[in-house]
Write a protein that binds this ligand. Structure first.
Ligand SMILES: Cc1ncc(COP(=O)(O)O)c(C=O)c1O
Length: 351
């Protein structure tokens, strides 16, 4: 990402990111319901038990969830369950862990990230194969984990078959498969499949499960599908400062999201608004879509001279300054009127 959020006036339609959105009312209700009386701290409470049961109902009985405060920590802790300091994580060069986590993985785990060029945010099977090298050579870092993001940083979506193919190559070479699922809900809603169908069912070993971008107040989870990866997790979480003492408040957010498919309704709405925005922008002369709009993010290039005027009509990020590529993200609370207002403004600016 380059540049900053433009047009951050609260009265304007906001496409800055899905974490610019407020908290979904059902999540706030869940927090209020949990806000009564004393319970044990650090997760030894009935609210956390219920959330764990929800996660297992969603992903299968062997899923082992650990709630944390944010996505960066979820990624660090999930990858930390897979690699040792002489090992490396293979990922697309566009991965959030590469460009947008301030080197947290390298700093906190002390491992190298081995990147693969990607135009659409996805890691290809050939790209992955090309980086599995130097195995057993004591002078070389050892490939041990693959990390993919679903939906990707470019708003594209891996199909279950694509994930399965990556899992087969990874597992065939003795590597683990990690998924950064900050926006897993958007991918599953886009494909009309379950959360399990995109993760445990196609070979993901450990998942960073997003809540915040899907309407939570601030809760993410690491879900281990292999019990071996869950071993010692609680100690690493505590050491990393990610063990919530009032765990019930993180837990109830996941219970709410995973009940009655609130996660899917939120994500499907955000995706639908992104499709509306994408179709409208594509019809404006001077605007070019740079990625297919498969989830809740829209990527376009616009004439450089128009950026400031465009930002006067709503918030977005300048994603790539060199080619004036903008990223616009829709959320559970984006309304059709928000989209249409921005489209009218863009059409005026670019006329
Ligand atoms: C794909 C992806 N992964 C991880 C994160 C990290 O989340 P957090 O900001 O909660 O650390 C983000 C946040 O933007 C993200 O977009």
């Amino acid at each position: 990402m380059s540049g900053g959020g433009a047009g951050a006036d609260a009265r304007l339609p906001a496409f800055g990111s899905d974490n610019w959105a407020p908290v979904h009312p059902a999540i706030l209700d869940a927090l209020v319901r949990a806000n009564a009386g004393h319970v044990h701290a650090y997760g030894a409470d009935p609210f956390t038990d219920e959330a764990v049961a929800r996660v297992r109902a969603t992903f299968g009985a062997t899923a082992e969830p650990f709630f944390v405060f944010n996505g960066t920590a979820a990624n660090v802790l999930a990858l930390g369950s897979c690699v040792r300091s002489w090992e490396t994580v293979i990922c697309a060069e566009t991965a959030h862990i590469v460009g947008d986590e301030c080197g947290a993985v390298e700093r906190l785990l002390g491992v190298r990230l081995t990147t693969v060029p990607s135009r659409d945010g996805k890691l290809s099977v050939d790209g992955l194969r090309s980086r599995i090298e130097g195995v057993g050579v004591e002078h070389r870092v050892q490939p041990r984990c693959v990390s993919i993001t679903q939906s990707t940083e470019y708003g594209t979506v891996y199909t279950p078959a694509e994930i399965g193919a990556l899992a087969d190559v990874a597992h065939g070479a003795g590597l683990r498969l990690h998924m950064d699922g900050a926006r897993l809900a958007n991918a599953a809603a886009a494909l009309g499949v379950s959360l399990a169908a995109l993760t445990v069912d196609c070979g993901v070993d450990v998942l960073s499960l997003g809540g915040t971008k899907n309407g939570a107040l601030g809760a993410e989870a690491v879900v281990c599908f292999d019990p071996a990866l869950a071993r010692d997790f609680v100690f690493r979480r505590k050491q990393t400062g990610q063990l919530a003492s009032k765990m019930r408040y993180a837990a109830v957010q996941f219970t709410a999201l995973l009940s009655d498919e609130l996660w899917r309704r939120n994500a499907a709405h955000a995706n639908a608004m992104a499709r509306r925005l994408s179709a409208g922008l594509a019809a404006i002369p001077g605007v070019t879509l740079t990625q297919p709009t498969e989830a809740n993010a829209v990527f376009v290039t616009v004439p450089r001279a128009s950026v400031d005027a465009l930002a006067g009509g709503g918030a977005f990020y300048v994603w790539d300054e060199r080619r004036t590529e903008l990223r616009l993200v829709c959320s559970f609370d984006t309304s059709p009127a928000d989209v249409d207002r921005f489209l009218s403004h863009a059409a005026r600016v670019l006329a």
